[in-house]
Design a protein around this ligand. Structure first.
Ligand SMILES: [Fe+2]
Ligand SMILES: [Fe+2]
Length: 255
């Protein structure tokens, strides 16, 4: 690893002293980081699949490049998370094989690719980015703090890529605007009501970079109300309104 975050993480891990922590809490933190590492590892495959989907639907090369870069980010996230889980557990941990059965099903269909992107990218990565930012601020263990700051920055860019792709898809296929708007309303209503995947971390894991269930739910509700719902509504307004918003937006963005 040669980037500055990796060097900073290496220093933090070299200075890590397990004796400073309650062994029971450290064991739980190691398990939680190992789970996070597996999820990051699976995200590499998600972006590999997304890159192929973008090629299949004729997306612009800039989006394809960003999807490949995002896959490299996810490799770095998985490496950092496995290194942290290894340090906490005192055992060398790494990824296993990944089941890719059916991974490309429906990937070449623009509507299906957009639907998956709204769920996993626009909503999922936006929430992940905001959670990682909060968790980076919460973490007092230096290795966790360093890794989460990098993850938060990257996830925010991944979310931007998802929104950019959905915007492009609606330009080439205006018939998608209405179903995308409907899907956002459904997904956000479900997420606000309490996502089934809500994590369940005891407050003492905050020092290792994990929000409690209560804190995660509160953050999600705030993110949905203040960020996601307004952004989704603006993006899926009827065409006339969208054209006006876009031209105004482009003037403002260059100030
Ligand atoms: Fe990630
Ligand atoms: Fe990501």
């Amino acid at each position: 690893m040669s980037d500055p975050t990796a060097a900073e993480l290496d220093r933090a891990l070299a200075a890590f002293d397990a004796a400073q922590f309650d062994p029971r809490v450290l064991r739980r933190a190691a398990e939680a980081w190992a789970t996070r590492a597996q999820n990051e590892h699976a995200s590499i495959a998600s972006f590999a699949r997304f890159s192929l989907g973008l090629l299949a639907v004729g997306a612009p090369p800039q989006l394809i490049a960003l999807a490949h870069r995002a896959a490299l980010d996810e490799i770095a996230h998985a490496q950092m998370a496995f290194a942290i889980a290894s340090a906490y557990s005192g055992t060398r941990l790494g990824p296993g094989s990944l089941d890719l059965a059916g991974a490309l099903d429906g990937n070449a269909d623009l509507g299906a690719l957009v639907e998956a992107t709204v769920l996993e990218g626009c909503v999922g990565e936006t929430l992940s980015a905001l959670e990682a930012r909060e968790e980076a601020g919460l973490a007092t263990e230096p290795a966790a703090r360093v890794a989460l700051a990098r993850i938060a920055d990257d996830e925010a860019r991944h979310a931007e890529l998802a929104w950019a792709f959905v915007r492009w898809a609606m330009e080439v296929e205006p018939g998608l605007v209405e179903p995308v708007g409907r899907q956002f309303r459904d997904v956000l209503a479900r997420a606000a009501a309490g996502p089934p995947e809500a994590r369940c971390f005891e407050p003492e894991l905050g020092a290792f970079g994990f929000l409690s269930r209560e804190a995660q739910s509160a953050l999600r509700r705030r993110a949905i109300g203040e960020v996601l719902a307004p952004a989704a509504e603006a993006m899926t307004k009827p065409t006339m309104d969208r054209a006006v918003t876009r031209s105004r937006g482009s003037v403002g963005a260059r100030e």
